[in-house]
Design a protein around this ligand. Structure first.
Ligand SMILES: Nc1ncnc2c1ncn2[C@@H]1O[C@H](COP(=O)(O)OP(=O)(O)O)[C@@H](O)[C@H]1O
Ligand SMILES: CC(=O)N[C@@H](CCC(=O)OP(=O)(O)O)C(=O)O
Length: 300
């Protein structure tokens, strides 16, 4: 009897959170490092389906960097990264597309569909949803910077009840061009801004952003991020992630969080409990007529 009451209490506790996010769009960046076991993938799919069932609109942007590197190694092609962004030769681009659009995208899509969702797997190339140009004047090869995201098309899919599952590959708008490899964190942030998402959650393989002693940093603003990048606290794959969080919150997205995708049901813990987990990103406080607007917005 006691247990039954506890279950009901869990549901009751979730009500204010469900109300807050009802009808809102949430972008979830599903990092390659959080896709490691079939069990975790199942839990991820259950979370996404639950979000949809309680009236939220999840949009997935996935990564798969580790799987790309694995296949490249088997093919004797070297992986090269600068500040967390892969340098992409033409040969590498074909592998990137095969792994992201061909393999991972379809696996996530069918898993969600198996759990009862209406998921639709696409890449940024489909209907040129994501357009890009070469990053740093071609220094990164076929790695791109996003120039445009067709948010209306994504919103139309959402309105029709679909869960878009987006692979971070962009169209070049040039015939016979292989397209662009976009870091999945960057793609998630640009998609979230284009559809004015309420939140963007980055699922990864670590508790959140850590300081030099390994302690979790609960919340960061723009200045903190710059400081920690400069002194080397934030490095490698965490660089595009924190940059993307800052980019999102200054371009139409209310909140960005980096959370531990290795924790089962981490999405539900973040959205449906008051504690929250991981690192949240806040706009720098500014006041207007004595009203701290940014603080109010950050609290939503
Ligand atoms: N300050 C930091 N805090 C946490 N992780 C960091 C930090 N600096 C670098 N990292 C590294 O960033 C990694 C996450 O980035 P990445 O491997 O690209 O993940 P994903 O595949 O989810 O995008 C962590 O596993 C960690 O090794
Ligand atoms: C340009 C660039 O860095 N592209 C990434 C795209 C995949 C990705 O970002 O995957 P994760 O999110 O799992 O790291 C890459 O080729 O690895």
């Amino acid at each position: 009897m006691q247990k039954k009451h506890q279950k009901v209490q869990v549901l009751l506790d979730a009500i204010p959170h469900i109300k807050k996010f009802y009808g809102k769009t949430i972008v979830i960046k599903y990092g390659g490092s959080a896709q490691t076991s079939p069990d975790l993938q199942e839990k991820f799919a259950e979370d996404i389906v639950l979000l949809k069932l309680v009236g939220m609109n999840p949009v997935i942007v996935h990564g798969g960097g580790a799987r790309i590197s694995e296949l490249l190694e088997k093919l004797n092609i070297k992986s090269e990264f600068i500040d967390g962004h892969r340098v992409t030769s033409e040969e590498t681009m074909r592998v990137v597309e095969m792994v992201l659009s061909g393999d991972i995208n379809k696996n996530i899509t069918s898993l969600l569909n198996y759990h009862g969702a209406k998921a639709i797997g696409i890449s940024g190339k489909d209907s040129s949803i994501i357009k890009a140009k070469p990053k740093d004047n071609g220094k990164f090869g076929y790695t791109g910077v996003v120039t445009e995201v067709n948010g209306q098309l994504i919103n139309n899919l959402v309105k029709e009840g679909f869960i878009p599952v987006i692979a971070p590959i962009a169209d070049s708008a040039t015939p016979s061009h292989p397209g662009f490899n976009i870091n999945a964190d960057v793609a998630a942030s640009k998609v979230a801004s284009a559809i004015n998402a309420q939140k963007v959650l980055f699922l990864t393989d670590i508790k959140g952003v850590l300081d030099k002693e390994g302690n979790l940093l609960n919340s960061l603003d723009k200045n903190d991020v710059e400081k920690y990048k400069k002194d080397g606290t934030i490095a490698g794959g965490m660089i595009p992630k924190v940059d993307s969080c800052i980019d999102a919150i200054y371009n139409g997205v209310n909140k960005a969080h980096i959370i531990d995708g290795r924790v089962e049901h981490s999405i539900l813990l973040e959205l449906f409990t008051s504690d929250g987990i991981g690192t949240q990103f806040l706009r720098k406080n500014g006041t207007n007529n004595g009203i701290d607007i940014e603080k109010l917005l950050n609290e939503i």
